[in-house]
Design a protein around this ligand. Structure first.
Ligand SMILES: Nc1ncnc2c1ncn2[C@@H]1O[C@H](COP(=O)(O)OP(=O)(O)OP(=O)(O)O)[C@@H](O)[C@H]1O
Ligand SMILES: [Mg+2]
Length: 334
């Protein structure tokens, strides 16, 4: 890692890197997308390639020096392929990918964030890299009109600095987010293309199961049926990836010679069920163990049942308070 700036960002601790340079390996052939998402991505790519033609080779960049940035918004639920597509886009452009994890940067560098945002753009310029603000939900949030608190002032400054950098940055920036609705409107206008990553349909899921296998080396049993898995489980590409790894681990862990081992349909089914169960645990409600998503009415009911459950403790507390007050009065009267 020769670049001193990169060393400053990533050298703090190996486990908490805020900026990573990635040499992209994955291509658009590794990604399976719903048609609308694919069209928007193709459009983004054309934007980049024709941008070079128009602004550099046709010389229009000299006449229009501002408004250069090619900023893309990749929005969609977790595991729908935003990060992998950023890598594929960088690959298609023959550039490296500079991945910024903004949340980490902010927590590590409280008070210094605006300066570091500028430094990241400088670094991308030097490395001629595609810049990816991964998990950018926080950074692009709306500016607040209340600036009483230091952190709100800093958040506003960060957005202002970002907007300024975007005006003059002669490169490609991607913002990946699960919560595009939070974006500051000024920020939204600077994005040249918005790509919505939708949940994959049955056809896409079947293909995603397939692309997760090695074309020749992964041993699949004859009962494996990806279409059936795709129809049975409505999940994201990220879930499928995790299920495949679980299935492979389970198959490899079974007794017997390695050469006779193979991944069966049941391994994939168990793997994806595990992944779905793990997601349920993560979404578990505090109010009703076992429920994942509580609707408004259910939530109100859960709150009232919680209050009902707290009744005895409340009564005991009030009685104890009354006894204490009575004891105090008796002590004072004596
Ligand atoms: N559309 C897809 N086609 C093929 N593989 C996919 C797709 N979506 C996800 N995957 C697989 O899941 C992994 C995780 O996807 P990725 O990190 O790109 O999701 P993400 O949208 O960036 O999620 P997050 O919002 O959590 O960051 C990828 O490395 C890939 O193996
Ligand atoms: Mg991601």
């Amino acid at each position: 890692m020769a670049n001193p700036l990169l060393r400053v960002f990533s050298g703090l601790t190996a486990s908490r890197r805020t900026v990573d340079t990635v040499i992209p390996r994955r291509t658009f052939d590794d990604v399976v997308l719903p048609p609308a998402t694919r069209r928007a991505l193709d459009q983004a790519l054309v934007h980049v390639t024709s941008h070079d033609l128009i602004f550099n080779r046709w010389g229009l960049g000299e006449r229009h020096p501002t408004g250069f940035a090619l900023a893309f918004n990749f929005a969609g639920p977790p595991g729908t392929g935003k990060t992998i597509c950023a890598e594929a886009l960088a690959n298609a452009l023959g550039r490296r990918l500079l991945v910024v994890r903004y949340a980490e940067m902010e927590s590590l560098w409280m008070g210094e964030t605006p300066k570091n945002v500028s430094a990241v753009f400088r670094l991308a310029r030097e490395e001629h890299a595609v810049l990816l603000f991964d998990e950018a939900d926080a950074i692009a949030a709306r500016r607040s009109s209340s600036v009483e608190h230091g952190f709100l002032r800093e958040a506003n400054t960060v957005v202002n600095v970002l907007l300024k950098e975007l005006e003059t940055f002669n490169g490609v920036v991607i913002f990946a987010t699960n919560l595009a609705a939070n974006f500051d409107p000024a920020f939204e206008r600077r994005m040249s293309t918005h790509v919505l990553f939708e949940m994959p349909g049955v056809h896409e899921r079947e293909q995603i199961w397939r692309v997760q296998m090695h074309p020749t080396l992964t041993p699949l049993a004859s009962d494996v049926n990806f279409r059936e898995l795709a129809e049975q489980f409505e999940v994201t590409g990220g879930d499928i990836r995790n299920a495949v790894l679980k299935a492979a681990t389970a198959a490899a862990g079974e007794p017997g010679r390695d050469t006779s081992k193979a991944i069966h349909q049941r391994h994939f089914q168990d793997g994806i069920r595990d992944v779905i169960a793990a997601k349920r645990v993560m979404r578990q409600s505090l109010f009703k163990p076992g429920d994942t998503d509580l609707a408004g009415d259910d939530r109100a009911q859960a709150v009232s049942s919680l209050l009902l459950g707290a009744w005895p403790a409340l009564v005991i507390g009030i009685v104890a308070l009354l006894v204490a007050v009575a004891a105090l009065i008796v002590a004072l009267v004596r």
